[in-house]
Each structure stands twice: as structure tokens, then as C-alpha cells.
Design a protein around this ligand. Structure first.
Ligand SMILES: [Zn+2]
Length: 438
């Protein structure tokens, strides 16, 4: 923000910040009608040293007077596909359909995904996310043979290069049929374990899906891995693999963390089936991530020139009411699964607010882009504004939800470990030699 000068070193106070009650620890006081409290945040040695209610005190020395602007914890984006990102120019989705996306990505992967190609596009995505204020990302990595021998090494190198700026995690992405190759899948699980990753797969209805899900659980348990599934990304009411995952977690007494993404068909199923699945998800301790922008794009797309009538998202309110941790994330960016997107978690939250009604009341929905995904990713310090926590914050112009969510907030300030970062969003033309020019 041009008129904010945040010190680059030493201690200072972010005075009169508006922090949301759902994102701050240890701050008493009366929230405004949007759920915000006004506070002074003392920053030193890269950490939040103290949080004090604003009250009527004079603005302290060495203060940056925010005049009631909103400050959110730096974002956590728990479901992305950095390995697919930015490929649209060279490999668009011909019709915007799910099958069109699968085919186009498969062709792109086989033709182009060597380590340089994957590394260049991953780095582009990370620089974009970092500039928008994201501090942790989980990416899925297409791990269909032989891609796993390329992308996982790129991931471990990229994670190292980004240490201290973005905490990068990866989950394997394979179709349920590929789990049938038992020996290969076991070797993939070894590779995931060596890289400190999460074991993941896409689940949909095939005759032996229960057995394939079991195999994923057993391979994860053998190595102490967490699990991350893409489930039921379809409007087909028969697709109930979310429930099958919950049943498997209960059957195996799985002790790791399980994140399940999409779960679109749940919104289309009859009420009694839905209730049973919701209860099982809660009992199994699953966490669910919705990908609202990608779901809007792919789900209910009609070939006959008619208008979509369904939003594509899963039952976030109902899951949350059952105590299931729910969150939202970016998913795909500028690839055949989603033609748009910029790894901007404020955009994801803004769109989620509109698509899934994260408002009236806002309640604790802001946790869906911070503390909740941080817990699933085992990053206990992230997504919270708390005394002692790293000072990773995003400062906006908006002073209320309607101000915050009505504009792109392109000139937000991003503070990482107490210092304002240089927010350079990479230019698309940087990838012209990789993906071609439009
Ligand atoms: Zn995904």
C-alpha cells in the first residue's frame, strides 16, 4: 500500500489494526458487527510480541497507523496443482468439460513435463502466491508413470529453494485404477515417504474401489503417511466414495490426518444418504476442502447451450455443523481444469463467500483459508494472529467485509516474519518460452 511504510527491521507497532475474532488468540473486547476487534500488534524479531486492545490510547511511537484497516493472517492454500499451472496457452480445454480437462492435461504432461518445464511453472505459481500473501501450500503432483520420477524430485528441490518463504507440501495424484498396480503403488508410497509427502489418489466408482481405498490406507499406515483424496468430483449421485473413505478410516482406525477434496456429488444426493455420510465423516475425523472456483467452472457444464443450474460445491455448512473441519483452496490455475485463477487466497475467499454464503453471519469462516488448513497440514503456528507467532500478516485497505470483498485489494501489504515483502507478481510473458504466447 503506497501510503503505508512498514519498517524492514527492528521493532514496531501495527497500530489500530482490525483483526477478526476468529483469527486472533488472546484478545478480549467487544467485536464490531462484522466480528472484528481493533488492536495494536507489537512486532519484533519477526514475531508478534504482544496484542493489545486499541481502546482510546494515543498511537504509540514507532507505530504504523493502520486506521482500522483489516489485517488477516497470511494464507494457507491446502489444495493446488502447481505442476499443471499456467499451461492453458499451449493446451487449452477445448470445451470446458471435465473429460476435456483430463485429456488435455494428459496430452500436455506426455508432451512437455520434463523437470525444467515443471520447475519453471511451479516457481511462477509460488512467486504469485507469495506476492498475494500465502505462506503455505500443498500441491498435488500427477504421479502417473513415469511422471512421478520427474515431478517429485522437482518438488523436493523447489521446497528447499522456497524454505522460509512458502512451506511447500506435496501429495501424490493417481487415478484409482492405478492403485491396482500394487507393486508400483507401493514404490510410489516409498517415494512419497522419502520426500516427506502425503499419499493421495482420486476416488470414483470402479468395481474394486473399496479394495483400492483400503490399499491406499494400508500403504499410508505402513509408512506413517497422511492421506489426501480427490473424491466424487461429479454430479453423479451414485458416486459415494466420500462415504467409502470415511468407512475405511473407521475400519482401519487410521490415526493420521485425512483431507478429502471436492465431494461435489454429496450436494446432489438424497437427504437420508447425505445425513449418513455426514455422520460417518465426523466419526472418521475427515477434513474436507472445497474448491469453489474450479467446481463452478467444471460442474454442470452443459454441451447443449443451456445454463448451469448448480454451483458444484459440496455441503460445507452441513459438514461444519457436524464438526467436520472444512476449508477452501485454489485448486487449478490457468490449466485445462480451470481457465483462470492466480493462487490468490483472497480471491478464493471472496468467491467462496459468494458461492457458498460465508456471510450473514461470517462467524468463523475466515478460518477456512488459515487456521483450519494449517491444522490439516500440521503447521500449528500458521493461520493465526497470536502472541509469539511468526508475524506473517496481510494488511488490506478494507475496514469491513463489504469493503474487503468488493475490490481485488491489489495493493495489499504482505508482512512476512515482521518485514514487508516486495510484492512482485510475475508477468505472464516470463513463461512465453515455456508455454508459448497467446
Ligand atoms: Zn485438485
Amino acid at each position: 500500500m503506497t501510503n503505508l511504510s512498514i519498517p524492514t527491521d527492528g521493532w514496531y507497532v501495527l497500530a489500530d489494526a482490525r483483526v477478526h475474532a476468529s483469527t486472533v488468540d488472546g484478545l478480549a473486547g467487544q467485536a464490531d458487527r462484522d466480528g472484528f476487534l481493533r488492536a495494536d500488534l507489537a512486532i519484533a524479531d519477526g514475531r508478534i510480541k504482544a496484542i493489545a486492545p486499541r481502546g482510546d490510547k494515543p498511537i504509540p511511537p514507532r507505530a504504523v497507523d493502520l486506521a482500522g484497516r483489516i489485517v488477516l493472517p497470511a494464507f494457507v492454500d491446502c489444495h493446488t496443482h502447481l505442476d499443471k499451472g499456467q499451461t492453458w496457452t499451449r493446451m487449452p480445454n477445448p470445451d470446458g468439460s471435465f473429460m476435456g480437462a483430463l485429456t488435455a492435461v494428459g496430452n500436455d504432461r506426455m508432451a512437455f513435463w520434463n523437470s525444467t518445464d515443471v520447475a519453471r511453472r511451479m516457481d511462477f505459481g509460488l512467486r504469485t502466491a507469495y506476492a498475494h500473501g500465502t505462506r503455505a501450500i500443498r500441491t498435488h503432483l500427477d504421479s502417473i508413470f513415469p511422471q512421478e520420477t520427474i515431478s517429485w524430485d522437482v518438488f523436493t528441490e523447489t521446497r528447499e529453494a522456497w524454505k522460509g518463504r512458502i512451506e511447500l507440501q506435496a501429495a501424490s495424484l493417481v487415478g484409482a485404477e492405478q492403485i491396482r498396480e500394487a507393486e508400483w503403488f507401493s514404490r510410489l508410497a516409498d517415494r512419497v515417504a522419502r520426500a516427506g509427502g502425503v499419499l493421495g489418489a482420486v476416488t470414483y466408482l470402479i468395481p474394486d474401489i473399496v479394495e483400492m481405498i483400503d490399499r491406499a490406507f494400508l500403504e499410508a499406515m505402513e509408512r506413517g503417511l497422511d492421506l489426501d483424496f480427490h473424491a466424487d468430483e461429479t454430479d453423479d449421485v451414485a458416486s459415494v466414495t466420500l462415504r467409502l473413505i470415511a468407512e475405511a478410516a473407521i475400519r482401519h482406525r487410521f490415526e493420521g490426518r485425512i483431507l478429502v477434496g471436492h465431494c461435489c456429488s454429496l450436494s446432489r444426493q438424497p437427504d437420508d444418504e447425505v445425513l449418513r455420510t455426514l455422520d460417518l465423516c465426523a466419526e472418521a475425523g475427515l477434513a474436507v476442502v472445497s474448491l469453489p472456483m474450479c467446481n463452478m467452472y467444471l460442474q454442470d457444464r452443459r454441451a447443449n447451450g443451456t445454463t448451469p443450474r448448480w454451483r458444484g460445491i459440496t455441503l460445507l455448512h452441513e459438514l461444519k455443523a457436524r464438526g467436520v473441519p472444512v476449508m477452501v483452496a485454489s485448486d487449478n490455475t490457468r490449466d485445462p481444469f480451470y481457465a483462470y485463477g492466480d493462487l490468490d487466497m483472497l480471491e478464493v475467499y471472496r468467491q467462496a463467500t459468494r458461492i457458498a454464503h460465508f456471510d450473514h453471519p461470517v462467524g468463523d469462516w475466515p478460518r477456512t483459508v488459515g487456521a483450519t488448513p494449517a491444522t490439516v497440514m500440521r503447521l500449528e503456528d500458521a493461520g493465526r494472529i497470536a502472541a509469539g507467532a511468526s508475524a506473517d500478516l496481510v494488511v488490506f485497505r478494507g475496514r469491513s467485509w463489504t469493503e474487503l470483498l468488493s475490490r481485488p485489494e491489489s495493493d495489499r501489504a504482505v508482512i512476512r516474519a515482521g518485514a514487508a515483502i516486495d510484492r512482485v507478481i510475475p508477468d505472464y510473458s516470463e513463461l512465453d518460452d515455456v508455454v508459448g504466447r497467446p
